[in-house]
Design a protein around this ligand. Structure first.
Ligand code: FMN
Length: 445
């Protein structure tokens, strides 16, 4: 089924269901000789893994990655890379009692409407577990970006209405909510635990910054960089909103306040902007400033609190979603957001190389070869028609040479030569050869 692949030249396809045998990803379009190890990928997967703290689910998935293909002696081969993560802590029994009920906020009803079948265990394909494949692929993309000095940092900005007042990248991995402000982090943690005790859950905002992204990435008009980022980030389960730069705040600003003033940085010689309300992208193309995006993360739907719903027959029921679920998704969404951004930027880097290569002699010769192929095809088609005329002339006893017709054709072609900037002498020589050959063919039929 379509819809499981992201990217144009650097492409990923994820596979697997939450309680199936395994989840994973197939990556295509990675250059050869890039050093990559299972440990590099594992480091990223461990950040997404459940069971990291009291504010995430108690599920104890090990999430061990195996590289099945595309890597030899620690380096990429340039062939498809398949990464596999076995599902070990899957507990389908927890879903037996509620398998015929539509869990509010979950995709059971829509999957059933679309496919007429669903793996009800843990949300199947719609589960957050699918994002393990994205994070594994993101680790490969991050390696490629790191070689160019591009860094992506995501963090929890807001939870249940509590907002980070400062941004300190050094503290993100030192608190359970992955907030960039330790004071706010403590408050967030407390609020999540309180709401968890009440059998409920909380939403929040995750912000991400891309540092050292070169100017020039993004393909207007439909593959603008922010459009591709929005698509990739909105495809993460539980993401309900996307903002870039000033985002929705721009609606309350004047143009004079919002416009980022350009200046030339005398140290680097680069054109920069004094403010960054644009969020690092103008007209769909990166401008070299930090790319700043935010996503809205909904409160997770699986809550032990009793909720009203219906079963597959439409009968009224009450549901309590027991099992091990995240009371707030933000800390686990952080590495997924980084990965999706890394995948989009990696793809656009490869795409930009193609644009830059447009002036190369190889590309120009390739285009000439294509035109020559078309000329050959047209000459062959013309030859077939000339032969048909020859047969007609033979049948109706009409002489082969027809100087009036030849003159008419040449007159029309010379008029067109003038319009298309072609030399008349060249067209006369070309048509002299064409007429000579046509007479020869017609004599032979
Ligand atoms: C890393 C990750 C973990 C998730 N874990 C849970 C969870 O434990 N409980 C839950 O209700 N939703 C969880 N979700 C979200 C659901 O998968 C998602 O809300 C559901 O499939 C419906 O899709 P939608 O919210 O995008 O419409 C998780 C999402 C992510 C990205």
């Amino acid at each position: 089924m379509a819809g499981n692949t992201l990217g144009s030249l650097f492409k990923i396809t994820t596979f697997g269901e939450s309680h199936g045998k395994a989840v994973g990803v197939l990556i295509d379009g990675v250059k050869s000789n890039i050093p990559i190890s299972e440990a590099d990928i594992q480091k990223e997967l461990d950040r997404r893994r459940p069971g990291q703290s009291a504010v995430t689910t108690a599920r104890k998935e090990e999430d061990r990655v195996q590289i099945l293909s595309g890597v030899f002696e620690g380096k990429t081969l340039g062939t498809p890379i398949c990464l596999l993560i076995w599902n070990k802590d899957a507990d389908p029994k927890a879903y037996e009692s509620i398998k015929d009920l539509f869990r509010p906020g979950h995709a059971g009803y829509t999957y059933l409407s679309k496919y007429s079948i669903q793996d009800y265990r843990g949300g199947g394909r719609s589960s957050g577990r699918e994002t393990a494949g994205r994070v594994a692929a993101g680790a490969v993309a991050k390696k490629i970006l790191a070689k160019r000095g591009i860094q992506i940092i995501a963090y929890t900005k807001e939870v249940g209405g509590i907002t980070a007042k400062k941004i300190d990248y050094d503290v993100i991995e030192k608190n359970a909510v992955r907030c960039a402000d330790l004071v706010a982090a403590k408050k967030m943690e407390k609020k999540i635990l309180k709401v968890k005790k009440e059998g409920d859950s909380l939403g929040g905002v995750v912000e991400a910054v891309v540092k050292n992204c070169p100017a020039g990435l993004g393909d207007p008009v439909f593959d603008k960089l922010e459009a591709d980022l929005a698509k990739a980030l909105m495809s993460i389960p539980a993401i309900k909103g996307f903002e870039i730069g000033s985002g929705f705040t721009a609606t309350r600003m004047k143009g004079s306040e919002h416009n980022d003033e350009f200046y030339k940085d005398n140290k680097t010689g680069k054109i920069r902007t004094k403010t960054n309300f644009a969020g690092g992208i103008l007209g769909g193309i990166s401008n070299g400033e930090d790319i700043v995006v935010r996503v809205a993360v909904k409160p997770p739907s699986s809550i032990p609190k009793a909720q009203k719903t219906v079963d597959v027959e439409g009968k009224k029921r009450t549901i309590k979603v027991e099992g091990r679920h995240d009371p707030c998704l933000c800390p686990r969404v952080v590495p997924v957001v980084e990965s999706m951004i890394a995948l989009v930027i990696a793809d656009h880097l490869v795409r930009q190389k193609q644009v830059a290569a447009n002036h190369s002699i190889t590309r120009i010769r390739g285009e000439i070869d294509l035109l020559d192929d078309m000329i050959m095809l047209l000459v062959s088609q013309r030859q077939d028609l000339v032969r048909d005329i020859g047969r007609w002339k033979q049948k109706h006893h009409v002489p082969i040479p027809d100087s009036k017709r030849e003159k008419d054709i040449l007159k029309k072609r010379l008029a067109l030569a003038d319009e298309t900037n072609l030399e008349p002498e060249f067209i006369e020589e070309l048509y002299a050869a064409i007429f000579h050959h046509a007479r020869k063919i017609q004599r032979e039929v």
